[in-house]
Design a protein around this ligand. Structure first.
Ligand code: TD3
Ligand code: ZN
Length: 307
């Protein structure tokens, strides 16, 4: 059933587990996400970026989610706009049927971020739609980063408290050292868990981990085995995800892992049979592969069997 983001995340916040927020750009990814949720008995958040919406068409993005949520009526699912860049973009998503929107004004000065988020919250809440915002800048923490540099990039707990109480935002993404894509850490993986706990204590709302792909060894191997290149790639280890959930993270954004696992399968089929051109022969195993990755992740996050 299609529900608001808060309906899913407030339960996760109370019971202390994480829910995967998986990005999709086509039917295959979306279908695989629902299959995984069905297999693991897990609530899900599915999300589309502005780029993905442009690619699919907003009516198609919402339409596919509505059809699949009817096919699996027992699965609680929220549809989130990922990294919305403007009030207009969030408004369009709300009007089209999204049940959650992220307004990402984290690169603007604090006061501007606060005012824009406030405006989006007012518009979205009037329609029963939940809102996510971000504080700090998404960047990896390097080994030699100084304390003042850290403070400039990562979330400031004082600001987080003021931001949440003034905007009434439903969930907040604190920058604690992750980054998007396959190359998250130069040296050893590092996240600022103390800062996370402080933000949770001061805000007491669901928190969001962006850039949460793990690039597990078997996913990397499958990509490399078919001739892919992922030199220097590093994700967030599973233990870090568990630690982050203990520290108050409830929404875990995952895209890169699905892209890598999907393309590894497409390339494998292409390599194994150069005469093949039936699309289903590529996409069926690719869907199966990312379903497996997601079922495993739902177990790690603790959302499995929470329906
Ligand atoms: O917001 N997203 C998804 C879009 C980022 C492009 O990959 C995330 O936070 C997911 O991050 P990750 O770790 O999968 O790149
Ligand atoms: Zn993100």
């Amino acid at each position: 059933m299609l529900v608001s983001g808060s309906e899913i995340l407030l339960k996760a916040h109370k019971e202390n587990y994480g829910v995967g927020a998986f990005n999709f750009v086509n039917f295959e990814m979306l279908n695989a996400i629902f299959c995984a949720a069905n297999e693991a008995n897990s609530p899900i958040i599915v999300q589309a970026s502005e780029g993905a919406i442009k690619y699919m068409g907003i009516d198609m993005a919402v339409g596919m989610v509505k059809i699949l949520s009817k096919r699996y009526p027992h699965i609680p699912v929220a549809l989130n706009l990922d990294h919305g860049t403007s009030f207009e973009s969030c408004q369009k998503a709300v009007e089209a049927g999204f049940t959650s929107v992220m307004i990402d004004a984290s690169h603007h000065p604090f006061e501007e971020n606060l005012q824009l988020t406030q405006k989006v919250v007012e518009m979205a809440h009037a329609k029963g739609v939940s809102v996510e915002a971000e504080l700090g800048r998404l960047m990896g923490i390097e080994d030699n980063i100084s304390v003042s540099e850290k403070d400039a990039v990562l979330i400031n707990p004082d600001e987080a408290e003021e931001f949440v109480s003034k905007t009434k935002v439903d969930y907040l993404a604190p920058a604690i050292g992750t980054s998007h894509g396959a190359f998250k850490f130069k040296g050893e993986p590092k996240l600022d868990f103390e800062r996370l706990q402080e933000v949770k204590r001061r805000t007491n709302i669901p928190l969001v981990l962006h850039g949460a792909s793990s690039i597990p060894e078997y996913v990397r191997e499958a990509f490399l085995a078919t001739g892919g290149d992922l030199k220097g790639s590093k994700g967030v280890p599973f233990d870090f995800l568990k630690e982050a959930i203990k520290g108050g993270i409830n929404k875990i954004n995952i895209d890169t892992d699905l892209r890598i696992a999907f393309i590894a399968e497409v390339r494998r089929v292409a390599n194994e049979d150069p005469t093949q051109f039936d699309l289903r022969k590529f996409f069926a195993p690719a869907m199966e592969s990312i379903t497996k990755v997601m079922v495993e992740r739902m177990n790690i996050l603790g959302s499995a069997n929470k329906i």
